[in-house]
Write a protein that binds this ligand. Structure first.
Ligand code: GDP
Ligand code: MN
Length: 404
């Protein structure tokens, strides 16, 4: 995850965000339900999985409704996933169309049917983690809506930020400063403050890495309303939020990443062709750096964690090889408590199970590394003593060159 501020916040669906996802995204309807519990005003509405339900909900809302595709990408409006219906029949019709859509490769399985708002002005309000500042940051703009990224790029002075001390929380003077910066009319201050405080509580209580309202609108009746909602939850905190963990939408995640989570592996698919199996996140990063140094491109990040038993290694290997781009695999294991010879046996028995012609290089270091290397060499595997040696060999193998 990148913590470099507005660009990250606003490029919710940027490539890097997808590739390095360690956060769970909630759907708009889920985020807005949470917002409502914290006193943030949202439009009346419900989620529907069929066009008939959508019609029914539109009827309950009095006919005029907005039909919104529930997919975990930004820019649904521009992609045609958000449409205004003037009658229940039109709602049914539009829901049929939207439920048949794919938006940026994701199938639409549900639509949110909300009371349509008459918008006077669109604002932006979000909270995310600013890694560089090592604290959360509240970001707001009077120029919210679908073009906020453009605003951030071309008119950065229209984006207001204030860092929040996690122990003190959001102070009233802080959101007031922001309201002044936004030139928000005084009659909205009380509600705006309540919304900002509500969003802060939402962010903290759910271990969110992002809680965002875009647009936060001023309606023609001069009321503030959260028209859209986005939340991402830190994966590492999901154990304390079983209710949220259940909301995970598996449609958006690579099947390999779902499989990896089952085995307690940290796997992130990348675009290169050299599969990496490493124990320890730091070593995994180093391994990727050294592969790149020698002209290769890693196909994944994978930390097998402690205890490289055969079952775990086999699962990791299956996951790495499920990526058709992989042309060679590098094992880089540092034996501390786990002994090198055990790791070697694990790798060999995993290879027994996962039959493959993909060439592999094993670099073992640490406890009983030499015994491990002997076992592997006896089984005709390419071994290496140093990471530099291993990386050079695997880069050559990925290019189809012979290595011994
Ligand atoms: P996003 O494109 O995925 O961010 O989806 P949003 O929920 O933010 O909707 C995009 C845009 O559609 C908003 O900025 C509004 O301009 C418009 N929109 C969404 N809901 C309504 C509504 O109830 N009434 C009107 N008039 N416009 C809406
Ligand atoms: Mn939006």
């Amino acid at each position: 995850m990148h913590g470099d501020g507005i660009i990250f916040v606003l490029s919710y669906n940027s490539r890097s965000d997808k590739g390095e996802q360690t956060c769970m995204k909630l759907h708009e309807y889920q985020s807005k339900q949470i917002f409502a519990r914290y006193g943030i005003p949202i439009p009346k509405g419900r989620v529907a999985a069929t066009a008939a339900e959508a019609k029914q909900i539109a009827e309950e809302l009095g006919g005029r409704a907005v039909i919104k595709a529930q997919v975990l990408v930004g820019g649904r409006g521009k992609a045609g996933g958000i449409r205004l219906a003037k009658s229940p029949e039109e709602a049914e019709d539009l829901a049929t169309q939207i439920l048949a859509m794919d938006i940026k490769g994701l199938p639409v399985r549900k639509v949110l049917v909300d009371e349509a708002a008459n918008i006077e002005k669109e604002l932006y309000l979000g909270i995310t983690n600013d890694r560089a500042a090592r604290r959360p940051v509240l970001i707001a703009s009077a120029s919210g809506g679908v073009d906020i990224e453009e605003v951030a790029r071309k008119n950065p002075e229209q984006i207001h930020r204030v860092h929040i001390d996690p122990l003190l929380g959001l102070r009233d003077y802080q959101w007031r400063d922001v309201a002044v910066g936004m030139d928000l009319s005084k009659d909205h201050w009380r509600t705006f403050g309540a919304i900002a405080q509500g969003l802060w509580r939402v962010y903290i209580d759910h271990d969110a890495t992002l809680a965002e309202i875009n647009p936060l609108v001023i309606t023609n009746r001069n009321q503030l309303l959260a028209l859209d909602g986005k939340m991402t939850i830190d994966d590492n905190a999901l154990f304390r939020h079983p209710d949220l963990a259940e909301m995970r939408d598996l449609d958006v995640e690579a099947p390999s990443e779902i499989e990896a989570r089952k085995y307690g592996l940290t796997y992130i698919k990348l675009d290169g062709n050299i599969g990496c199996m490493v124990n320890g996140a730091g070593l995994a990063m180093t391994t990727m750096d050294v592969i790149k140094l020698f002209g290769g491109e890693p196909a994944n990040f994978l930390d097998i964690g402690g205890g490289a038993g055969a079952e775990k290694v086999a699962a990791a290997l299956r996951i790495i090889l499920s990526d058709p781009n992989v042309k060679a695999v590098l094992f880089n294991v540092f034996g501390g408590i786990t002994r090198g010879d055990e790791v070697a046996r694990g790798i060999l028995s995993a290879l027994d199970e996962v039959k493959t012609d993909i060439p592999m290089v094993v670099r073992l270091a640490g406890t009983h590394a030499e015994e491990g290397r002997h076992l592997l060499a006896a089984a005709d595997m390419v071994t290496a003593e140093t990471l530099a040696d291993a990386a050079q060999k695997v880069v050559a193998l990925a290019k189809g060159e012979k290595v011994r």
